[in-house]
Design a protein around this ligand. Structure first.
Ligand SMILES: NC(=O)C1=CN([C@@H]2O[C@H](COP(=O)(O)OP(=O)(O)OC[C@H]3O[C@@H](n4cnc5c(N)ncnc54)[C@H](O)[C@@H]3O)[C@@H](O)[C@H]2O)C=CC1
Ligand SMILES: O=C1O[C@H](COP(=O)(O)O)[C@@H](O)[C@H](O)[C@H]1O
Length: 257
């Protein structure tokens, strides 16, 4: 079973959610270009993912990589996503193969498929009574250059799996928000990912056996237009949260025990 996990982009929000749930479960090596601001589990490497030598060193002895580092802004300009998200991701995959890592989990995004949300389909597709569902088998349809960079990361993963037999899971993360779903934002409520479900999903990505997977990373929201069936089947994902259980910031329904 995987024991040592390299977490790139560890100082960010998704890293915070993952470490919040899994800090004690693995031997962590954390990597970020920003130094930590508080106590962190394991070892912290301050490095840029475009620095191939530093990334290679950080892979030493690692079983699984969770690759989060990158520019997360939907409005990010091409020069930033090209450097941080595409070049940086290629550097991480290459170093993982060289180091004999078992699996890389790649933080993809809803924005890789954002242009399925056409004027004809929205806002109805964000609502519970609409049955439109993307399942991860569809082609990318990015809504911005950031989404293009995430589609490129998924394709890099496909290549490194097919050519080098690396296990790769691409998680198209929805909208990670702490504490409660986004307020007055139907789209965000449909693709909400709670911190608890985020940690659980990445835990499943560390533990499960797979070849190449694209799954959606959202909670079990009634409104969903992303299927979580593949995440359930391939990874054993069993989310606990649902944006429909909230009225604003208030949780008004308890999940079934
Ligand atoms: N937060 C969300 O709802 C979603 C996040 N994602 C993806 O998840 C990943 C993490 O996102 P967040 O935690 O929200 O972003 P964030 O901005 O909070 O964290 C990203 C971290 O990566 C680091 N980083 C950026 N470029 C780097 C580089 N070249 N070298 C080393 N470190 C670098 C930053 O210093 C930062 O600590 C990103 O790849 C993002 O695209 C995808 C979909 C939704
Ligand atoms: O990929 C990402 O998606 C989330 C949600 O998208 P949004 O369009 O609802 O804001 C975004 O918050 C996050 O920054 C980004 O990395």
């Amino acid at each position: 079973m995987a024991q040592s996990v390299l977490l790139t982009g560890a100082a960010g929000r998704v890293g915070d959610a993952i470490l919040g749930g899994l800090a004690d479960d693995y031997e962590w090596r954390l990597l970020d270009r920003e130094p930590p601001t508080d106590d962190q589990p394991g070892e912290f490497v301050v490095a840029d993912i475009t620095d191939a030598e530093a990334v290679r060193e950080a892979m030493d002895g690692i079983d699984v990589v969770i690759h989060l580092a990158g520019d997360p802004r939907p409005e990010a300009p091409w020069n930033s996503v090209l450097t941080n998200n595409i070049d940086g991701t290629q550097t991480v995959f290459e170093a993982a193969v060289d180091a004999g890592v078992e699996a890389v989990v790649f933080a993809s995004s809803n924005h890789a498929v954002g242009n399925y949300e056409t004027d004809e389909r929205t806002p109805e597709m964000y609502r519970e009574d609409d049955d439109y569902l993307l399942d991860g088998t569809e082609l990318p349809r990015p809504s911005n250059l950031y989404g293009v960079s995430k589609a490129a990361g998924e394709t890099l993963g496909r290549y490194y799996h097919d050519e080098h037999d690396l296990s790769v899971a691409c998680v198209r993360i929805g909208n990670l928000t702490q504490g409660h779903p986004p307020i007055d934002y139907e789209r965000g409520q449909a693709m909400w990912l709670s911190y608890r479900d985020c940690a659980h999903l990445f835990d499943r990505c560390i533990r499960a056996d797979y070849d190449y997977e694209i799954v959606y990373g959202i909670s079990d929201n009634d409104r969903k237009y992303y299927s979580i069936e593949r995440a359930r089947e391939a990874l054993g994902y069993d989310p606990q949260d649902n944006s429909a259980y909230y009225d604003g910031e208030e949780q008004v329904v308890e999940p079934d025990a």
